[in-house]
Design a protein around this ligand. Structure first.
Ligand code: NAD
Length: 278
C-alpha cells in the first residue's frame, strides 16, 4: 500500500483501454485510494493503421468500474494529445471536478508508418508519430504543471527501450521516445526546487495492443504464425517472456509515490533484462 497516494488526484493519458499500460496504472492508483482521471482519444472504434485506440464507451466503463471498486472519484475525459485545443478543453473539464492535479502519467503513445527505414519513411506518418509521442508529452505537461505548482507533485513519462537503443524499422517512434527521455531530464531540472519530480520509465516488450500490432507485422514479414512470432520475440528477452502492463504500472506508481522522494530526472528500464545499460 502507498498511503501517501490516498486522496491524491492523478491524470493518466491514453488510459481508456482495459488492455493498456495506462489503465493498469489507473487501477493501481485507485486501489491505493487515489482519485483518477482517465483520458483517451474517445474515438469511435475505427481503424487507425491496424491499431486499436481508446473509445469513449470503454473509458466510461473503466472509470465507473474503478469508482465502484475502490470508492475513489473518477473522471473519463476525451483527449487528443496532438491538439492544444483538446488539451485545453480537458483541463477545463478537470477543473470543473477537481481543484488540482497531483500526479501526471504521460502514457499516450502510438506508431504510424512503421515498419520502415528513415529514408523510406512517409513524412506525414513520421510527423504524426513524433507529435503523439513527444510533443504530446510537452503539451500535456505544460498545461498540467500549473495545476501542481501549489501543492507539488510528480510526473512519470512512459518512454521506451527504443528511446535508448535503436530498434529496427521503427525510427520515428525511437527518436520521439529519446526526446521524451531528455524532456524528462530538462523538466526535472526546471521543477527540482518546486516539489515536482519528473521521471521516465523505459519498458521493453510489454504485452498490449501496441505489441500485438508488432507481433502481427513480424509474423507477416517473417512468414510465421502469430504464436511463432511472439515466441521469437520472447526469446530476445533474457527472462524469455514479455512483460505485463501491471508490471510497468508497479514501477510507474512507485516513481510517483513518496517512496521515491529523492529520485528525479531518471529514465528507469523495465524489460526482463533486455536492457542493462542505464
Ligand atoms: P496501447 O495502444 O494499449 O495504449 C496507448 C494508448 O494511447 C491507447 O489507449 C491510445 O488510444 C492512446 N492514444 C494514442 N494516440 C493518442 C492521442 N493522440 N491522444 C490521446 N491518446 C492517444 O499501448 P501500450 O503498450 O499500453 O502503450 C502505452 C505507452 O507505453 C505508450 O507510450 C507506448 O509507447 C509505451 N510503451 C509500450 C511498450 C510495449 O511493449 N507495449 C514498450 C515501450 C513503451
Amino acid at each position: 500500500m502507498y498511503t501517501d497516494l490516498k486522496e491524491k488526484t492523478a491524470l493518466i493519458t491514453g488510459s481508456g483501454k482495459e488492455t493498456g499500460i495506462g489503465y493498469a496504472i489507473a487501477k493501481k492508483l485507485a486501489s491505493n485510494g487515489c482519485h483518477v482521471i482517465l483520458s483517451d482519444l474517445g474515438t469511435p472504434a475505427e481503424d487507425h493503421n491496424g491499431m486499436r485506440m481508446g473509445t469513449r464507451e470503454e473509458m466510461e466503463r473503466l472509470a465507473s468500474g474503478l469508482a465502484e471498486a475502490h470508492g475513489v472519484k473518477t473522471l473519463a475525459v476525451d483527449l487528443d494529445v496532438t491538439s492544444t485545443d483538446s488539451v485545453a478543453a480537458m483541463i477545463e473539464r478537470i477543473l470543473s471536478e477537481f481543484d488540482r492535479v497531483d500526479l501526471l502519467f504521460n502514457n499516450a503513445g502510438a506508431v504510424f508508418g512503421a515498419p520502415s527505414t528513415v529514408h523510406d519513411y512517409d513524412e506525414a506518418a513520421w510527423l504524426k508519430t513524433v507529435d503523439v509521442n513527444l510533443h504530446g508529452v510537452y503539451r500535456v505537461s505544460k498545461a498540467v504543471v500549473p495545476l501542481m505548482q501549489e501543492a507539488g507533485g510528480a510526473i512519470v513519462n512512459i518512454a521506451s527501450k527504443a528511446g535508448k537503443s535503436p530498434p529496427l524499422w521503427n525510427p520515428a517512434y525511437a527518436v520521439a521516445k529519446a526526446g521524451v527521455i531528455m524532456l524528462t531530464k530538462v523538466m526535472a531540472l526546471d521543477l527540482a526546487t518546486q516539489g515536482i519530480r519528473v521521471n521516465a520509465v523505459c519498458p521493453g516488450l510489454i504485452m498490449t495492443d501496441l505489441q500485438d500490432t508488432r507481433i502481427r507485422v513480424e509474423a507477416e514479414i517473417f512468414g510465421t504464425t502469430y504464436d511463432e512470432a511472439k515466441e521469437r520475440l520472447a526469446k530476445t528477452v533474457p527472462m524469455e517472456r514479455l512483460g505485463s502492463p501491471g508490471e510497468v504500472a508497479d514501477l510507474a506508481v512507485y516513481l510517483a509515490s513518496a517512496r521515491s522522494s529523492y529520485i528525479t530526472g531518471q529514465a528507469v528500464n523495465i524489460g526482463g533484462g533486455i536492457m542493462m545499460e542505464v
